[in-house]
Ligand binder design. Structure first.
Ligand SMILES: [Fe+2]
Ligand SMILES: [Fe+2]
Length: 159
């Protein structure tokens, strides 16, 4: 058997992940759901996708706010990236409240989801291009943080 050093991507979700890898994997899941929403023609399917999007975003934001952001803020002595990210979460939360459990009833509903997607894309870009690289350059233990994030995420999804 040939060893494939080029395929380092870990598909196994139970395997310990670095904090930023775990968060990026979450970002990719949400992007995929939004893309499915864009293609969807059925209201029942849209409703199901929005329900998944809301859960994913809420749990993701919560683990970042409880575990990742405080660690990053401290390590970077940050007064900008983390506060801005928290405000962006609040804006997203306001949109989530407007669509959660609502019947997809036409173009305004769809518009809310697309605006949400735009916010998410902007927020993800800020995290992945600014916050995560800076965090990785500190002495933060990304493995330990990753385990804490995974544990908390599992608990929130179970509850
Ligand atoms: Fe994130
Ligand atoms: Fe975030």
């Amino acid at each position: 058997m040939e060893t494939q050093t080029s395929t380092m991507n870990q598909k196994n979700p139970t395997k310990a992940q670095d904090a930023t890898e775990l968060l990026i994997a979450d970002h990719n899941i949400v992007s995929g759901l939004f893309t499915e929403f864009e293609k969807s023609k059925s209201n029942a399917e849209k409703k199901q996708l929005v329900s998944k999007i809301c859960i994913e975003l809420t749990v993701h934001a919560q683990i970042e706010e409880e575990i990742f952001y405080p660690a990053v803020k401290l390590a970077l002595k940050d007064k900008e990236l983390v506060p801005e990210a928290r405000v962006e979460h609040q804006s997203l939360d306001a949109l989530i409240k407007q669509v959660k459990g609502i019947e997809p009833d036409g173009e305004i509903f769809d518009a809310k989801i697309m605006v949400m997607y735009e916010y998410v894309k902007h927020h993800v870009k800020e995290e992945q291009e600014k916050m995560f690289p800076k965090a990785k350059a500190t002495s933060l233990n990304m493995h330990e943080l990753g385990s804490k994030l995974a544990e908390r995420k599992a608990a929130l999804l179970a509850g």
